[in-house]
Ligand binder design. Structure first.
Ligand code: ADP
Ligand code: ZN
Ligand code: ZN
Length: 698
């Protein structure tokens, strides 16, 4: 019998077709089934969606199109998964069709029902193997305490554990318990960047080797389409018991999800920065509740949001959302690094590496220990300039300077990628003597090689200074290779951007130095201090993992700063995350900033700044008519240029919407969507617009 079904198709984000479309079929298809349907002239993948309540049951007004076919052979996506998509699309103000399709592996979109059948018959079955289970270490008292709490309480949990306190071990143990309790249970282990954590994947595979190779799959955007489809199918069919993935994995279909771990939960890369701008951490918490899976967020430097949500309960106040678990001690006896501050006010002007820091480095290197030097700027110098006429290496297409890269003698814009060879003379006045301003990682690498040229390794060879940043690791596999060199001790001094401060443990590294972290102390971005504190504490945690080295001589974290008495450094010296967080949260509360308020940004891009702002201000005017009398605690601020105002000749503007109530903000945004779609048709100069809910950078 023919009947009508609702089907989500990949509609562009804000097209008027944002709901499901109606098709007809005589097959028995349930919500959650994948189908092929006609859309305009195309044949496309569709997801059968629950029939909207109160849908008309009479004959439809126009002839309906029939679906082309059903992708048989796999169970329908679960009702919970459909709810997750529905929630996420509406919370992040996107169409459900766009969101759902973005969550399915891309190659699924291209397979016909027949090709899909063939694919399924080639899948590897799960095959538990009989192997000796590797020895696991006895738990520390703190780990035991934390695991006991997790067995007794539902969560969600925030595990605040120092770097090296054994958090990963807790994740693995809790996963093992739940996987053992139920032979079908699945575990999702989220990490910020998979490239940076081959060590973790190896550790997971080793621990769960008895489940068989097919039981552990990775899921991240660096995989080929075929690999991604295989992982997705394994997760959906339940063959995969453990999925190890980046933010996109939070939307994987895992019908028997029992545990979601979000490692380094503070990491900004959990927030998608284009398309549907979702936060994988926040969706993990929602999903856990929806599916009855336990959620464990872990970090040595939790986000202030999560820290606040796990505050101690107070009588007569709503219960905090998360349960906080703590592991303050490091496994073994390895001590936390000491903080040393160099007051740059007392150093010669333009000092890049101060004398006390250099001599401390030489001392460490003399004992065959390793040194990590952080500078958050790649390239040789951020600006080239001409002292004669004042020319600077501005990018003609962006509101930014092009960076001087000495290695290949180029000027490169880090925003639009415009790359040109370095001019021999000033392009404006012909002066032959153009100079550099500021310094980047390439310069530090060069300078250190000079300053340490007299030092030798025990075998008489010179010390090796290496650099790891986005430039040195452009080629696939380079990052892993370079990190391995550091681990194997082939590198003595590692110079890098924040990319090396995450997730690795360098055993022989006993000195970490941040050359110029001051920018973040006085940044316009209210999250900058939080990020700096986290970066420095995490970087310090990379050091001193080798208990033997560090008990002989404590590890050190060096900071060169013009503000040595700044409270952030005081807290860092004490390794006092709680104190730092309390102080920051107090400031945020006074200023009415998140987590004490909720924010969204409306962004617009156009060829001119005026066109972009006109759209936003018109949107503001329409939005204000939708506000309840008195504003309902909701503020819509005027449009302003974005801090990176122009990129690749496109002008960017944004507007902040703020409320103390998440619910009010949500209601406002969904009502406003209609206005925005209407407005866009009148503002033809607008190239793109987007809403960013819970933005990370303002
Ligand atoms: P974190 O994730 O908190 O940084 P890890 O779980 O990686 O910490 O643990 C740090 C180091 O201590 C690792 O080398 C790990 O193998 C080891 N370790 C963790 N738990 C124990 C334990 N209970 N006994 C002995 N060693 C442990
Ligand atoms: Zn000049
Ligand atoms: Zn540019």
């Amino acid at each position: 019998m023919r009947r009508e079904i609702s089907v989500l198709v990949p509609t562009p984000a804000y097209s008027r077709l944002s709901g499901p479309l109606t098709y007809e079929t005589d097959e028995d298809v349930q919500p959650g089934c994948l189908v092929r349907v006609p859309l305009g002239q195309r044949d496309t993948l569709g997801l059968v969606w629950p029939q909207p309540a109160g849908a008309p049951s009479g004959p439809s007004p126009h002839p309906l199109k029939a679906i082309h076919g059903v992708l048989h052979g796999i169970p329908a996506l679960s009702a919970n998964w459909l709810k997750l998509i529905d929630f996420a699309a509406s919370y992040y103000q996107r169409s459900a069709g766009e969101f759902a399709m973005a969550c399915l592996p891309p190659s699924l979109r291209d397979l016909s029902p027949l090709q899909f059948q063939r694919k399924l018959t080639r899948l590897k079955p799960a095959a538990p193997v009989h192997v000796e289970i590797a020895d696991v270490p006895p738990l520390t008292p703190e780990q035991t305490q934390v695991l006991t709490q997790m067995a007794q309480q539902p969560g969600p949990f925030l595990l605040h554990g120092n770097t090296g306190s054994g958090k990963t071990e807790v994740y693995l143990r809790r996963a093992a318990q739940l996987l053992e309790e139920s032979p079908q249970a699945q575990v999702l282990l989220l990490v910020p960047e998979i490239n940076l954590t081959p060590q973790l994947e190896a550790r997971v595979r080793q621990r769960f080797v008895h489940l068989g190779e097919a039981a552990i799959v990775a899921m991240h955007s660096g995989m080929t389409p075929a690999q991604r489809l295989n992982s997705w199918l394994a997760a959906h069919l339940g063959t995969a018991r453990i999925v190890l993935g980046t933010r996109l994995a939070v939307l994987a279909s895992m019908p028997r999800l029992a545990l979601i771990v979000v490692d380094e939960e503070h990491d900004p890369s959990y927030k998608q920065q284009e398309g549907a701008r979702y936060s994988a951490r926040d969706l993990a918490v929602y999903r856990g509740q929806l599916e009855g899976a336990q959620v464990l967020l872990g970090s040595a430097t939790p986000s202030l949001e999560s820290w606040h949500h796990s505050r101690a309960a107070v009588a007569d106040q709503p219960a905090p959302r998360y349960t906080r678990l703590s592991m303050p001690s490091r496994v073994g006896d390895s001590a936390l690094p000491l903080l040393r501050r160099v007051d740059m006010n007392n150093q010669p002007r333009k000092t890049l590496i101060s004398a006390p820091l250099l001599s401390a480095m030489r001392e460490r290197l003399g004992r065959q220990e390793q040194v990590l030097v952080l500078l958050n700027r790649r390239g040789y110098a951020p600006v080239l300039h001409c002292a004669e006429c004042g020319w600077k290496s501005e990018c003609p297409h962006c509101s930014a300077y092009r960076v001087f890269h000495k290695g290949d003698r180029t000027l490169r814009c880090h925003h639009c990628s415009l790359t040109q060879s370095v001019p021999r003379a000033c392009p404006s006045c012909g002066n032959q003597d153009i100079g550099v301003m500021g310094h980047g990682t390439e310069k530090v690498e060069e300078l250190l090689a000079e300053l340490l040229a007299d030092m030798k390794r025990p075998d008489g060879s010179p010390l090796r200074v290496a650099r790891i940043d986005a430039d040195s690791t452009r080629l696939k596999g380079e990052l892993v290779r370079q990190l391995a060199e550091v681990h194997e001790g082939e590198v003595d001094v590692l110079v890098g951007t924040q990319m090396v401060a995450k997730g690795h443990d360098f055993r022989r590294m006993t000195l970490v130095a941040a050359l110029n972290p001051d920018g973040a102390l006085f940044s316009a971005d209210f999250r900058a201090p939080e990020r700096l504190f986290s970066l420095l504490l995490q970087a310090a945690g990379r050091a001193g993992r080798d208990a033997q080295l560090s008990s002989a001589q404590a590890c050190e974290m060096w900071v060169q700063t013009f503000h040595p008495a700044h409270p952030l450094f005081e807290a860092l010296k004490q390794h006092d995350f709680a104190g730092f967080a309390a102080q920051q949260l107090q400031e945020r509360e006074q200023a009415g900033l998140p987590p004490f308020s909720f924010q969204a940004l409306l962004r617009a891009e156009a060829r001119t700044q005026t066109a972009a702002q006109d759209f936003l201000n018109a949107a503001k005017a329409l939005g204000e008519t939708r506000l309840p009398a008195g504003g309902g605690g909701l503020s819509v601020y005027p449009a302003v240029p974005m801090s990176m105002q122009r990129v690749a000749d496109v002008e960017r503007a944004q507007m902040l919407i703020e409320s103390h109530s998440r619910k009010h903000l949500q209601q406002f945004l969904s009502a406003w969507q209609d206005d925005l779609q209407q407005l866009r048709t009148q503002h033809k100069a607008v190239l793109r617009w987007a809403i960013d809910v819970d933005p990370l950078a303002i």
